[in-house]
Design a protein around this ligand. Structure first.
Ligand code: THU
Length: 141
């Protein structure tokens, strides 16, 4: 078992992650878009966390599946994200929206992997030259 500072070094079971994402997707609250999304990720300590989208009558307040996933990360012990996938209601892998790429970046290990529509990619490939926590740390140092 690794801790926050020891990135997970085993094989990623993408099938298991996708199954968790599909289960989460079935819990989505999507009365407006009718587009359920489920996300799942492997954390540094090996646990799998998940999330679903939760919409709101004030559409702009909608919480993407990644929002509840990141909340679950912290509510269940913290750590960082090693591998991530998300699916829609047809179990197709979808890309995290732009805002959620930034959200994931904040909580990712360097080189975090994502299952994408074009195969396995790193967080740096889907969010190049990202602004993140290290920029703020360097500025205040
Ligand atoms: N959605 C997510 O949950 N995550 C994404 O990365 C893409 C979009 C949700 C938001 C909204 O409830 C629905 O998909 C349609 O945009």
């Amino acid at each position: 078992m690794s801790d926050d500072t020891t990135p997970f070094s085993g094989e990623v079971d993408w099938g298991a992650l996708r199954t968790e994402a599909e289960e989460a997707m079935r819990r989505a609250y999507v009365p407006y878009s009718k587009y359920p999304v489920g996300a799942a990720a492997l954390a540094t300590d090996g646990r799998i966390i998940a999330g679903c989208n939760v919409e709101n009558a004030s559409y702009g307040l909608t919480l993407c599946a990644e929002c509840s996933l990141v909340s679950m990360l912290h509510m269940t012990g913290g750590g960082q994200l090693v591998a991530f996938t998300c699916v829609n209601g047809e179990s197709d892998v979808i890309m995290p929206c732009g805002r959620c790429r930034q959200l994931l970046y904040e909580h990712s290990v360097p080189g975090m992997m994502l299952e994408t529509v074009s195969g396995i990619r790193t967080i740096d490939e889907v969010l190049p030259d990202a602004f993140g926590p290290r920029d703020l740390q360097q500025y205040s140092a």
